[in-house]
Design a protein around this ligand. Sequence first.
Ligand code: GTP
Ligand code: MG
Length: 422
Amino acid sequence: MTRWGIVASGQGANRIGFLYYARYRNPAIEDRVLLLNTTPADVKPEKPLEKLFEADPELRELYDSIKRRRVCIFGRAPSGAGNNWAVGEREAMDDFHTIRRYIASLNLRPQDVLLGIATLGGGTGNGSLPYIIHRMRTEPGVGMERMNNFLALGILPYDFEAPQRHFNAVCGLSRLLRYAGRQNAALVILVDNSQVERVLGLGGEEDRYMRINSEIIRCIHMLIAPSVYTSSATIDIADYYQLPSNLGITHFTPCMSWGNDPEVMSIEAMLENASANPLVPLEKGRALMAYVILAVPESTVLEGRVTQEMLEEEVRSWAERHLAGGGGGLVRYASLVAVPEKRDVDVLILLGGFSLRKLMEKLDDKYHKFKECLTPGEGAIEQGKVEEVEKELRRYIAETERRIEALERQETRLERWGFGDV
Ligand SMILES: Nc1nc2c(ncn2[C@@H]2O[C@H](COP(=O)(O)OP(=O)(O)OP(=O)(O)O)[C@@H](O)[C@H]2O)c(=O)[nH]1
Ligand SMILES: [Mg+2]
């Protein structure tokens, strides 16, 4: 079984990582959930989790039982990273030996997978995670010599949040995708807070993060599901990062549909429902690839009512309707996961290489507003650095767009990528 570990950095990510650990006992994860944060000297590290503890006092005990081994406070600034990603990055740099020690204690093997989580609007997670991934990828020596299996989950700020959050988000997105001129995370999964609320039909609820986080952890669970319930037909987790990386596709977003009744819903209808709910704003029909995971009751597989071949056929026809160019996209994977004791069907479509135009429309104005007010050298963010980060993202976006357009013109020659017959 592929083992997974989670490294959640910063306040929002701590909530998501801990909630996942508390809600799901996953044999692929066991207790490998590491919470990183910078906290002001006078605040307890569990502060971000207080609301969760109020809702369920047992969670406090659970937290107490893991905190010695699984909670790492790094950095020395008295006020944490203060919403400044350059400070978050510097703190991670200074304390990298400590962070590395905690990651090593997860005891992952070279074939295992690490999932990093950060909110991209903040300073700590957003500043530290891309740096940590970069260091782990480029420096061997924590038992994971081949550390190109570091996936990342980045949470985008609400539309209404302040310019600094949007500025952080653009910089964080760029640095997760590319760092020091090369690909960074093997796969970057993006989730937008405002979009999740639209999809769930929420608006300004009391504890809105709780609802969003519950949705996000379901997604994480589905992502890991093929590693837990393996069969010969399920996609190997290696496909998650190796293939898209070869294609230069790094960014993804989950599209989900939960709790479907297999007696009344067709797979086709479930796939349609899922793809109507992407967790970032995007344009329909403008994506390069997809992974589809279908988690079904074990009995439906044993009785032959659903087969891997059936799913692949459904995914092919779905892909012709939903991926760029109408030819079914560049690559697609389908994974049927038979879950004992399960009664309904859950679908996760990881849509990859989608056009980032809509997302950038959301981020762009506030990003520039904040950037223009930055004084060079102020707040530890060097002007040249921002330009470099922006340029990398611009190049990545343009390349994605170019490929989508090529597919739309039906001009892509897959042979160039070494594919004969896709
Ligand atoms: N989905 C979700 N988003 C969150 C949560 N907490 C904060 N956010 C979002 O994350 C951003 C703020 O980031 P934090 O996680 O508070 O920041 P941090 O990583 O601790 O960094 P600092 O700025 O140094 O505190 C904002 O855009 C928030 O909307 C959460 O529990 N769930
Ligand atoms: Mg914080």
